[in-house]
Design a protein around this ligand. Sequence first.
Ligand code: BG6
Ligand code: MG
Length: 222
Amino acid sequence: MEIKAFIFDLDGVLTDTAEYHYQAWKRLAGRLGMKFDRKENERLKGVSRMQSLEIILELNKRQDEFSEEEKARLADEKNEEYVRLIQKVSPDDVLGGVMPFLREARENGMKLAVASASKNARTVLGGLNIAWIFDYIADAARIKNTKPDPEVFLNCAKHLGVPPGSCIGFEDAQAGIEAIHAAGMFAVGIHVDVTGDAPDLILSSTEELDYRTVMDAAVRKK
Ligand code: BG6
Ligand code: MG
């Protein structure tokens, strides 16, 4: 099947906001006297805000300590800090190699979409000033099942009017790679800490994004 669309995760792929998510969770964990490090943070990449909180509570064996209302307040507290951190996101924060890659993809007629689990995706894309380049941006608030479920990638393919098998997904998280594969798409992993299902093409950073390399790898797989 011909490749017709590229679907990108946002946090950690188009920009390094994965670091801000980490800092915001780390601050909350610190206030609650809980342990939380970068290795553990890998499990939070691509998963929703509430699920992320559950993972941190579970890691600290404190999952039974808080009511649903308290948990919602803790998630809000993390989000307030995250929103504060992303105010400083600017066009300079688009990761190296991303803009030329997006431009070349567009020039070659690829449709482009963003498949982020973040309810703050539009704010971040606005700060980066790159929303205009995408044909579709999934609305995380309308996605019921978070990655590794394929829902957000399938939602993008549907709105682009392209069959999933004609899409390539780009991710920095293990959960995201699994979501792309479950959607029936070719998976490009960028700086992924692979702990399970491996990406079809592995890049160590966005600087390695190259239109021909990606397309050739996808065509070879078919
Ligand atoms: C994903 C991040 O993109 O969005 C996760 O990888 C984050 O770390 C998730 O938890 C939800 O983000 P938000 O902004 O809705 O809390
Ligand atoms: Mg990510």
